[in-house]
Design a protein around this ligand. Structure first.
Ligand SMILES: [Cu+2]
Length: 127
């Protein structure tokens, strides 16, 4: 009886493991989009500024109201000095927090952000 229970338990654990693995896989497939969230018709793009910008390339949708969220997490390097020329944005980010930047409704094209010294950059492709 004990053996049967162990076998069933082992089987369940293996099944659970496989489910978890598949779940992780499906998340990886949308990897390039996992910094994008669409909520109530608004597209939120999150970029982490810390020793550069990540992800460095984001593929997003054009023609939908878009908010860029620049996240910092104990950031004390020059990625705080953010410049986005196409929208005349030039500001020092707080070392910890989220700076919300309204991008309006982007047209197809690429938005580039860079640190004021041009050392670090990121781009968002609006498709
Ligand atoms: Cu820099």
């Amino acid at each position: 009886m004990k053996t049967a229970i162990s076998i069933i338990t082992a089987g369940l654990l293996i099944a659970l493991f496989i489910i978890l693995l598949n779940d992780a896989d499906s998340k990886e497939e949308v990897g390039s989009f996992d910094n994008i969230e669409i909520n109530d018709g608004v597209q939120y793009i999150t970029i982490l500024a810390k020793g550069g910008y990540s992800p460095s390339v984001t593929n997003a949708e054009s023609g939908i109201p878009t908010i860029l969220i620049m996240k910092t997490d104990n950031t004390y390097d020059c990625s705080l000095a953010l410049v986005i020329r196409s929208i005349n944005f030039q500001e020092m980010l707080e070392p910890n927090g989220e700076k919300v930047i309204d991008l309006g409704t982007p047209k197809p094209g690429t938005l580039r952000g860079l640190c004021s010294m041009g050392m670090y950059n990121f781009s968002i492709n609006f498709n």
